[in-house]
Design a protein around this ligand. Structure first.
Ligand SMILES: [Zn+2]
Length: 434
């Protein structure tokens, strides 16, 4: 079982590799990376002109909805969406029904992922039983079952004491706590960013400090416990300031930004379609200064990861008044086009930094294989097409849910192919037709 990727620009920042090279895959692993490798005995994948061969992209923040909400997404449809978006692995949040707070659920998700045979799936376990913020879950058992991190995502870890204990235990287990930062009393029943547009439209606001207060709390707790904390879906400029300050004094803190938070602001709520529920997410779209702070953090290295917060919801659930609609949008299939179009082609970051944000750092933070094309590692590879013209068509998304604010948008940059464990699991029609 040999596969040769021939004639691409290989970019592997972890090994400082960037050049026109071939990649030979044997038995699901990277065998060699080099110039003009011999073709004998191998199937050949001709890398399209201009394409980039990168270590497989890893999205460490997705909601696969199974068990319990299979009308929104399943492990099979979610991983089909992942590979179509160029992701060879995803880490899934525990806010399923029931919550993934014990080994049985983790094993169920891993079984479903093996049956689907598409992207690798790394479950994230709940910090507290039922993510209720009261009693801590059995983190050790959860890790033994396959969890790569802990989070009460969807909710914050309610008390500082519970967060401290979670950091202590997770730190001993050498896995991160992934932190949904939100002060419940300040968030209240808010539905949009507190500011000009929420006021204009009569929507209840969520201030940026509802997020950053908890970032500050948990950076301080990571500091006294010397345990790693990863700040999820950061949106407020005050939060990035808190992360930057923590990093400067050596705290083990990392953070992620979702593509919608570096692309859109709350002004979109006042666009052609007012009160579009596909613009409702938590944390909310914030104002221009916040978006600019996210872009600055991506450019200067403060932001470690771009993660989608892929949050599928059924059309019927979103077809209600803005106040009543659930938070969240799908993101797996629009992330790469958004990163190319808004960050790379605008000169904010280079290809190497893009791959760090989407592959190298995600692998490092949740301590999973990948993030590199070093020989011996798993042959998880994403073939990126920087100049592919992509028009997002919501009905054509692989995800079971179509709740994207980017329907009809055109981008430059996409995914040509996705390879997991040496198997071609996705190939773009556009590339195949060339
Ligand atoms: Zn969250």
């Amino acid at each position: 079982m040999k596969l040769l990727l021939k004639g691409g620009r290989v970019v592997d920042p972890a090994n400082s590799v960037d050049g026109m090279l071939d990649v030979l895959i044997e038995d699901g692993h990277i065998a060699r990376v080099g110039r003009d490798l011999p073709v004998e005995g191998a199937d050949v994948f001709d890398v399209p002109a201009g394409a980039i061969v990168a270590p497989g992209l890893i999205d460490i923040h997705v909601h696969l909805r199974e068990p319990g909400q299979e009308h929104k997404e399943t492990v099979a449809t979610g991983t089909a969406s992942a590979v179509a978006g160029g992701f060879t692995a995803v880490a899934c949040m525990p806010n399923t029904d029931p919550v993934n707070d014990h080994a049985g659920i983790t094993q169920f998700i891993l079984k479903k992922a093996a049956e689907a045979g598409l992207a690798r799936v790394y479950p994230i376990g709940a910090v507290s039983i039922g993510s209720k913020g009261e009693q801590m879950a059995e983190l050790g058992e959860q890790k033994a079952a396959g969890c790569v991190g802990f989070s009460d995502d969807g909710h914050p870890v309610r008390t500082a004491l519970l967060m401290r204990r979670a950091l202590e235990y997770a730190g001993m287990l050498r896995v991160p706590v992934i932190d949904h930062c939100e002060d419940p009393s300040l968030k209240g029943d808010g539905v949009a960013h507190e500011g000009f547009y929420a006021s204009t439209l009569g929507l209840r606001g969520i201030p940026g400090v509802a997020e950053s207060l908890m970032v500050e709390r948990d950076v301080s707790l990571a500091e006294i416990t010397a345990a790693p904390v990863h700040i999820a879906h950061m949106s407020a400029r005050q939060s990035i300031r808190a992360v930057r300050a923590g990093k400067e004094r050596g705290v083990s803190v990392t953070c992620e930004v979702a593509p919608h938070h570096f692309t859109l602001t709350d002004e979109a709520l006042n666009g052609q379609v007012k009160y579009d529920t596909n613009l409702k997410m938590n944390p909310p779209l914030r104002e221009q200064a916040d978006m600019e702070a996210m872009l600055a953090g991506i450019a200067d290295g403060t932001v470690d990861v771009i993660a989608t917060d892929h949050a599928p919801h059924h059309l019927d659930e979103k077809m209600v008044e803005f106040d009543r609609a659930p938070f969240g949008i799908v993101g797996l299939e629009t992330a790469v086009p958004l990163v190319f179009d808004r960050l790379v082609h605008r000169g904010l970051i280079g290809i190497g930094r893009m791959i760090e944000l989407l592959s190298v750092n995600p692998a490092r933070i949740i301590k999973v294989p990948g993030g590199t094309l070093a020989p011996g590692g798993p042959a998880d590879i994403t073939v990126l097409a920087p100049d592919m013209k992509v028009t997002v068509r919501a009905p054509q998304l692989r995800s079971k849910s179509k709740n994207t604010p980017f329907d009809g948008w055109e981008f430059r940059g996409g995914v040509a192919a996705t390879i997991v464990g040496g198997r071609l699991v996705y190939r773009s029609d556009r590339e195949a037709a060339r």
